[in-house]
Design a protein around this ligand. Sequence first.
Ligand code: ARG
Length: 460
Amino acid sequence: MMMLAQLWGGVFDTSPLKIFEDFNQSLPFDQALWAFDILGSIAHVSMLGKQGYLTEEEAHTLVLGLQSLYQELEAGTTPIDMACEDIHSFVEKTLTDRLGTVGKKIHMGRSRNDQVALDMKLYTRAKITQLIVQVEGLVHALCTQASQNLNTIMPGFTHLQVAQPITFGHHLMAYTEMFLRDRSRLSDCLVRLNTCPLGAGALATSTFNLDRQFVAEQLGFDDVTYNSLDTVSDRDYLIELLSDLSLVMMHLSRLSEELVLWNSQAFGFVVLEKSLCTGSSMMPQKQNPDGAELIRGKTGRVYGSLISLLTTMKSLPLAYNKDMQEDKEPVFDAITQVSGCLEIMRAMISGLRANAESMRKLCEKGFIAATDVADYLVNKGVPFRESHELVGAIIRHCQAENLTLEQLDLPTLRGFSSLFDADFFESIALEACINQRNIVGGPAPAQVQSRINTVLEILS
Ligand code: ARG
């Protein structure tokens, strides 16, 4: 039976059980790290050359070998040899096969423990940068859709009950605030993870005089890490990332849920682009909002990744333990899912059409201007609590007579309070209700427009 190519055979006088080899192998998933493993190795080899542990020629040969392997893997001309235990073994074995003895020198002063910590940091650093761009793309799409709907009046809800009038633009812009916070959390995660693990070795650094600062600079880190045990044991940054991604998904799932509701016949607030819906195998009429539903569904999966890694790391003694190999699949999967969800949500937001008529129609129900009636009386000198009570009684009257607030006549209103005047009716028109809420954070079109401008400036 073929044995996997391993880096640690010396002490063993038996070969591992095949089922254990398969169980232990990480190459099927850690091959995603190939580019970062090679970049890290280039920095390590350059440092070994600079410190005199490799001759200039040896360092040069190794760097060239690593660079050409990088190019071949990028071009897809060299396959990753699945007979290796992990990506680190594959890179070292390939170099040794190609370059002979000099290839065997690459791993001096290094362990797979600091190497894998480095690879994961470089990988997540690159992915976070891409995710930030995608979050910004979604924020852009929301701003564009919002600016087209500054005057599209819709009911705002609390408890999913009609509450006060807002605009569709105002509602969409609520999500830009969430995604801007996500963006800031992701950038923050980048700042904290940006310290270089290489040089920590297996757990206790190295007997060689490694220039850790040089390696850190080569790889674009702000600093090195300061305790070798912590360095090889630390997966905080991955948990932090998964937590940030869970929040992104929480926001995406809330927006998805609203899209599903709004797109339903019951609401009819929006029409989603057909190219982002699917049909039913039985019911010919169906156009289901699967994009939004899938995002809602994948949220559970991303939360699962967070809980998975938190649980893996719980109670692990220092320093490295093989348990930590289990960090990769949840992190890779969460990044892939969030990236896909951001892309689909951007497309759904860009392509949706708001149905102003349905939104307005629902505003006619539920006494949406009730707070404005109360405020009307407050403006005429009635204390708010008294006015609230009085408007409650007016609404009870409307409910009994099956009337809307707009349908009341002045004499009836005056029966409740002599302060009601002809200006009452214009003050509870939907447009007035919105324009009257003209302070920072409010739904008045001028306020929403001003926030759109600021958000676009933040992104530029
Ligand atoms: N595949 C391992 C991981 O992902 C790499 C580190 C292996 N270290 C070790 N001492 N076996 O964690």
